[in-house]
Design a protein around this ligand. Structure first.
Ligand SMILES: *Cc1c(COP(=O)(O)O)cnc(C)c1O
Length: 411
């Protein structure tokens, strides 16, 4: 076939067509549910056969604002017509506005724009090390960063190197040194691990990928105090918990703490485009000088315009408050389901999880049953089902989700 003929072949038709081509040509680094989606609007998505589903994953919380939010779409289209990429070799007229708005909203002094979440994490680790050498006076190449067991911070080599998940790290070494792992939620273990060379403590306010694990009350506050006392940078990875997901703009607000570095991504674009950022106090990001860090796409005008609109609709349309209110309602309804298979219902805002007893037989099977009922959820590990719909969820939709769970468990 000529190149042109390849491109003109008939489109794939059925879900099975798409699935078999993916199986043949794609790297098999995911095991998705067999649903092939072609359209989304608000909390709903439609598959290639026209069947509608309520999306209770929201692309791992990247679509907090709902699918294809019209105001974010408009901002994206308008900006795409004007200017998409300049690189940071030149300036553009969106970046300064993005800085102003995100810093004001999150009470930050400075921001560093990147693209994926993993890049924001990597950037934070780099600046924390540089700060350690330049400001704290740690001897060259001796900086230590403390992280938590069961963490999820992304998929780059440095990050998987300090993962405790065998699937994430096995077979990918050798890894970068300079990381220490302590149990999540254990402030005593954190304090014991701090040395004079510790530059940072990196933690998720609620561990999402681990299965929506909430630390003991007061943990973040104590961690903040320990970091201040020992001159250690407190880094909160809010890539999943941030931007309204837990019922506050940032999850740190539940304990009234402020991190030195806060990482946001995912919903920062409402799902339109990869946009992430490191939010900082003056001192830490202040250590970076021209040429020491960068990204071709980071801070581009299309990303900034999209992120500005994504932040604006979160606030203006009351999505954060809605997540708090509807999240409580949904959690209560799920907790009210009487079924032997359920071990625990937990979460905050619209970051919820139902954990099944190990012997109950597989969260995956429940997710497949929910899929037939028109509800898309994803299992994390074998026994936990995460429920994280867009933050625009209504009361009726929340009640409907709980009904589907009840029915699926009874099957
Ligand atoms: C998703 C996620 C990341 C990584 O983001 P990517 O955009 O996939 O690189 C990092 N930290 C947390 C807590 C996440 O949920």
């Amino acid at each position: 076939m000529t190149d042109a003929a390849i491109l003109e072949r008939p489109r794939l038709a059925t879900a099975d067509d798409y699935i078999s081509v993916e199986a043949r040509l794609g790297a098999k680094n995911y095991k998705p549910l067999d649903v092939v989606l072609s359209r989304g609007e608000g909390v709903y998505v439609w598959d290639v056969d026209g069947k509608r589903y309520l999306d209770a994953l929201s692309a791992y919380s990247a679509v907090n604002q709902g699918h294809c939010h019209p105001k974010i779409l408009e901002a994206m289209v308008e900006q795409a017509k004007k200017l998409t990429l300049t690189s940071r070799a030149f300036r553009n007229d969106q970046l300064a506005l993005f800085y102003e708005e995100i810093c004001a909203l999150t009470n930050s002094h400075k921001a560093l724009p990147m693209n994926s979440g993993a890049e924001a994490v990597e950037s934070a680790l780099k600046v924390a090390r540089k700060w350690g050498y330049q400001v704290k006076g740690v001897p060259a190449d001796r900086a230590e960063v403390i992280v938590c067991s069961e963490n999820f911070h992304g998929r780059t080599l440095a990050i998987v190197g300090f993962s405790t998940d065998d699937q994430a790290r096995g077979g990918f070494g050798p890894f970068a040194p300079g990381f220490k792992v302590v149990p999540f939620g254990d402030a005593g273990a954190l304090e014991a691990a701090i040395t004079e060379n510790t530059v940072a403590f990196l933690v998720e306010p609620i561990q999402g990928e681990a299965g929506v694990i909430i630390p003991p009350a007061g943990y973040l506050k104590t961690a903040r105090e320990l970091c201040t006392r020992h001159n250690v940078i407190f880094i909160l990875d809010e890539i999943q918990t941030g931007l309204g997901r837990t019922g506050k703009l940032l999850a740190e607000q539940h304990e009234g703490v402020e991190a030195d570095l806060t990482l946001v991504g995912k919903a920062l674009s409402g799902g339109f485009y990869p946009v992430s950022a490191v939010l900082s106090n003056d001192e830490v990001l202040g250590v970076l000088k021209p040429g020491e860090h960068g990204s071709t796409f980071g801070g581009n005008p299309l990303a900034c315009a999209v992120a500005r609109a994504a932040l604006r609709v979160l606030v203006e349309e009351g999505m954060v408050e809605n997540a708090a209110r509807v999240g409580e309602r949904l959690k209560a309804s799920l907790a009210g389901i009487r079924h032997d298979a359920i071990k625990e219902v937990r979460g905050r805002g619209l970051m919820l999880a139902v954990e099944l007893h190990a012997e109950a037989g597989g969260a995956r099977r429940v997710c497949e049953n929910l899929q037939r009922r028109g509800l898309l959820c994803k299992e994390t590990h074998d026994h936990t089902i995460r429920i994280a719909p867009p933050l625009i969820l209504t009361d009726d939709q929340a009640d409907w989700i709980a009904e589907q769970f009840d029915a699926a468990l009874r099957d």
